[in-house]
Design a protein around this ligand. Structure first.
Ligand code: CMP
Length: 396
């Protein structure tokens, strides 16, 4: 009984984790996002004047339902908190208390407040409170959105480079604001009368925002302004480049972990040495398929082969009984080896996770990891013979 309870709790915890790879986790994230979107839309619409009474009731109901979903989520997160590795060693009660006091716990609790506020009237009657829900729910979105944790890691990884660009930004800002203060203070004492006052113009110009509320009037001030605008573009381009590279690096690392997680379920790969394995992991891509999806269609050109890390597929051959391939199996290799169109249609029979190896990587690997390709070739030979035998028994 205890074991079942613990297993259910661990499963719920795994599903609710913001970076869960489980199909249930992905489904929960989509549902959560949908509920959040519906809730935010309802709250935003409720601030519009002169809404029909019927729509007001619909919006109120939507907010109550969404807050109810968040309440259930809060309870589930609180209950499963002892499963978190960071709380290992703590009693269940202590782990739950620690989670409840964490930022994630507090934001989760604040997100259910709307339900209680609404009990005092309709959403329209509480339109000021509605604006607060909007912020709370956006905060919740930020809490669990994978993009936010990725952004946090990218900023942390690139902090040295970002700081150098920030220093350049500050140097240009202070130098330009000081120069414009000296040049413009006579013509415009209010916006340029002091360096701190001139900094506003500096920030607006350097970030290329350009509100146009403060503009230099003297020739010197305009020349400084032109230089600052060009510098602003350069500094922003640098920042963008650093963050974009950081994001793509982070995504590559996450994909590597995702693939590594799946590769361990395919015996063909686990037999390889660690160095070879890490080489192949960088070339594989994880793809999740629902049941009854055609992965490979007969007579189409082949651009990849597939390894099954979870689930099952059915190979539909023209003159052969359907063949089922399960976890650890592979398909799509014959088109790559023979450089011919696909000889069968392959369809998923259940939710299936595949590791995709594109043709160019397959040929590159053939040179580096001959043992893997030899095993693939051996199985392809066996399949070819089986198909030829079947063709003899069941002629066209
Ligand atoms: P390909 O021809 O690229 O695409 C269809 C795939 O079905 C084929 O590669 C093989 O991987 C797979 N296939 C073909 N014949 C058989 C068989 N007899 N048994 C299992 N799989 C097969």
């Amino acid at each position: 009984m205890v074991a079942t309870g613990t297993t259910t709790r661990a499963r719920i915890y795994a599903i609710l984790r913001h970076n869960s790879f489980l199909p249930g986790g992905r489904r929960w994230r989509s549902f959560h996002l949908l509920a959040l979107g519906a809730g935010l839309l309802a709250v935003a619409l409720s601030t519009v004047d002169k809404l029909p009474t019927r729509l007001d009731a619909v919006l109120t109901a939507t907010v109550v339902i969404v807050a109810g979903i968040f309440f259930a989520e809060y309870v589930a997160r609180l209950w499963s908190a002892p499963e978190a590795v960071r709380y290992s060693g703590l009693s269940d009660g202590a782990a739950r208390l620690r989670w409840a006091c964490s930022i994630s716990g507090l934001v989760g609790l604040l997100a259910i407040v709307p339900a209680f506020v609404i009990t005092t009237g309709s959403i329209k009657a509480n339109s000021e409170a509605s604006a607060v829900f909007c912020i709370l729910w956006i905060l919740k979105l930020g809490m669990y959105a994978p993009a936010m944790s990725t952004l946090g890691r990218v900023i942390s990884n690139e902090r040295a480079t970002l700081s150098s660009v920030l220093v350049i930004f500050i140097i240009i800002l202070v130098a330009a604001s000081t120069a414009t203060h000296l040049l413009e203070r006579g013509a415009q004492p209010e916006p340029f009368g002091s360096i701190p006052a001139a900094l506003w113009w500096g920030v607006v110009t350097l970030t290329t925002t350009g509100y146009g509320d403060v503009v230099p009037h003297t020739v010197g001030g305009r020349m400084v302004g032109s230089v600052v605008m060009v510098c602003g573009i350069l500094v922003l381009a640098l920042m963008t480049g650093i963050l974009a590279t950081g994001f793509s690096e982070e995504e590559r690392r996450r994909e590597y972990l995702r693939v590594w997680d799946q590769v361990t379920k395919v015996p063909m790969f686990t037999e390889l040495g660690t160095v070879t394995l890490s080489e192949i992991v960088s070339k594989l891509r994880v793809r999740h398929y629902p049941p009854r999806i055609v992965v490979v269609r007969r007579d189409e050109p082949g651009d990849a082969m597939f390894f099954i890390s979870e689930g099952e597929v059915e190979v539909r051959l023209p003159r052969h009984a359907p063949v089922r391939l399960g976890q650890g199996g592979f398909f799509g290799e014959m088109a790559l080896l023979d450089r011919l169109p696909r000889n069968a249609t392959v369809v998923t029979t259940q939710p299936t996770t595949l590791l995709v190896l594109y043709a160019s990587d397959f040929y590159a690997i053939a040179a580096h990891i001959p043992s893997l390709v030899a095993a693939v070739e051996k199985e392809a030979r066996r399949r070819r013979l089986a198909n030829e035998d079947a063709a003899k028994v069941i002629p066209k």
